[in-house]
Design a protein around this ligand. Structure first.
Ligand SMILES: Nc1ncnc2c1ncn2[C@@H]1O[C@H](COP(=O)(O)OP(=O)(O)OP(=O)(O)O)[C@@H](O)[C@H]1O
Ligand SMILES: [Mg+2]
Length: 352
C-alpha cells in the first residue's frame, strides 16, 4: 500500500450498503452496521424534492411513518421495487442521505462503497445502481451479488471447495444460491418475498371481509400472527381498516390459520425456488448440503414456521443465520477489510 493510499484510507470511510427493497443498511468497515432504515422517501407531490421530516430530511424512518397517512401534497415513495431501482433520482437522494449520515460529515475524501445487488438484475439495472451510488457521493463502487454478500455475512465458508446453500428472503426478492470456491455455482432469484406476502394479506381481507387495510397494517398482521403453516397454537389479532360497504372504520379479528392460508401461494413460490436450485445442483455439491444444510438470511426468513416447512419439504437441516437482516451489509463491509478477497470474488464472476 502506498503512502497516498494510507492517507486516503485515514481520511475516508469504506462502506458496505445493502440497498434493499424494504430496508437499506449501511455497515462501516471495522465498525459494523451503523444505519438500518426503511427504503422510503417523502417528496413534494409530483416532484423529486425531498421534504423535511420532524428532524432533518424525510428519508428512512422519518418517511416510513408517513406511509398511508400523508396529505395529498406529499408522495411517500419506495424507490426500489422487487429488489431493483424503480425510481433512480429518489434512490440517489436516499443513498446520498444515508452515505452522509454514515460518514458523519467528518471525512474529506468520499467513501469507497460495496453495494449488494440481486443476482437476477440485468446490465442496465447494474449500471443504474453504480451511477446512483457514484452520484450519491461514492469515490469507487463495487457491486457484489447479494447471495454472496449474505453468505459471507452469515459466516459460510465461501472460499472452500464445499457447497453451501444460502437463501436470502427479503422484502422484494428471494435469492437462492449454492456457493463453492468464491463462485455462485447455481442460483435462482424470484421476485416474491415479504412485500408479496403483505399484498396477499391485503387481498385476503378485502375479498373475505370487504375490509381495506394499508401496507403498514398488513406487515404488522404478518409479524404478529403470520405463519408459513397454520401453527398448533392458534394466534388471533384485532385488525382495524375501512369497511368497503359502509365506507366507515371497522375492526375485526383474524386468526393465524386464515393468514397462513392466504399467503400459501407466496410461501409455495419461495419453497419452489429452493427446490429448483436443489434439483439443479451437481451430486458432489448436493451431498455437501446434506451435511451442511441450508442457511437462511433476510427479514422474511424469520416468518413463523418457514424454516421448519423448508426443512420438511427439502429433507435438509435449515438454519436461520444470526442477525439475519444484517448479513448482506455485514458481508459487504467484511469484504472491504480484505480487498484481495474482494478482487478474487469480483473476478470469479461477480460484476464490475
Ligand atoms: N419476524 C419476521 N417475520 C416475518 N417477516 C419479517 C420479520 N421481520 C422482518 N420481516 C420482513 O422482512 C422483510 C424485510 O427484510 P429485509 O430487510 O431482509 O429485506 P430487503 O433486503 O430490504 O429486501 P430485498 O432483499 O428483497 O431487496 C419485510 O417484508 C419485513 O416485513
Ligand atoms: Mg435484502
Amino acid at each position: 500500500m502506498s503512502w497516498l493510499d494510507r492517507v486516503v484510507g485515514l481520511l475516508s470511510l469504506d462502506l458496505g450498503i445493502d440497498l434493499g427493497t424494504a430496508n437499506t443498511l449501511v455497515a462501516v468497515k471495522g465498525r459494523g452496521v451503523v444505519i438500518s432504515e426503511p427504503s422510503v422517501v417523502a417528496v413534494k407531490k409530483g416532484t423529486k424534492q425531498v421534504i423535511d421530516g420532524p428532524t432533518g430530511l424525510a428519508v428512512g424512518d422519518q418517511a416510513k411513518v408517513m406511509l398511508g397517512k400523508n396529505p395529498g401534497n406529499i408522495d411517500v415513495i419506495k424507490p426500489l421495487k422487487d429488489g431493483v431501482i424503480a425510481d433512480l433520482e429518489i434512490t440517489e437522494h436516499m443513498l446520498r442521505y444515508f452515505i452522509r449520515k454514515a460518514s458523519g460529515g467528518r471525512r474529506i475524501v468520499p467513501p469507497r462503497v460495496v453495494v449488494a445487488v440481486p443476482s437476477g438484475i440485468n446490465e442496465v439495472e447494474k449500471g443504474a445502481v453504480t451511477n446512483s451510488t457514484r452520484k450519491a457521493g461514492a469515490r469507487e463502487v463495487f457491486l457484489l451479488q447479494e447471495p454472496m454478500a449474505a453468505a459471507i455475512g452469515a459466516g459460510l465458508p465461501v472460499a472452500d471447495p464445499v457447497g453451501s446453500m444460502i437463501v436470502d428472503i427479503g422484502g422484494g426478492t428471494t435469492e437462492v444460491a449454492v456457493i463453492s470456491m468464491v463462485g455462485i455455482v447455481n442460483s435462482e432469484s424470484v421476485r416474491c418475498a415479504g412485500d408479496e406476502i403483505d399484498q396477499a394479506i391485503i387481498k385476503y381481507l378485502k375479498s373475505q371481509y370487504s375490509v381495506v387495510i394499508g401496507e403498514n397494517t398488513a406487515e404488522q398482521v404478518k409479524l404478529t400472527i403470520g405463519a408459513a403453516v397454520a401453527p398448533a397454537d392458534e394466534l388471533r389479532m384485532p385488525i382495524k381498516g375501512r369497511d368497503l360497504r359502509t365506507g366507515l372504520p371497522h375492526q375485526l379479528e383474524v386468526s393465524s390459520t386464515e393468514i397462513a392460508e392466504a399467503i400459501r401461494p407466496q410461501v409455495q413460490t419461495i419453497v419452489g425456488a429452493i427446490k429448483m436450485v436443489l434439483e439443479r445442483t451437481a451430486p458432489e455439491l448436493a451431498s455437501d448440503l446434506i451435511e451442511r444444510g441450508i442457511t437462511m438470511a433476510g427479514g422474511t426468513s424469520q416468518l413463523r414456521g418457514l424454516a421448519d416447512l423448508i426443512a420438511r419439504e427439502t429433507r435438509l437441516p435449515v438454519y436461520v443465520a444470526n442477525d439475519p437482516m444484517t448479513c448482506v451489509a455485514r458481508g459487504c463491509a467484511a469484504l472491504l477489510e480484505d480487498l484481495d478477497a474482494l478482487k478474487q470474488i469480483l473476478e470469479a464472476g461477480v460484476q464490475q
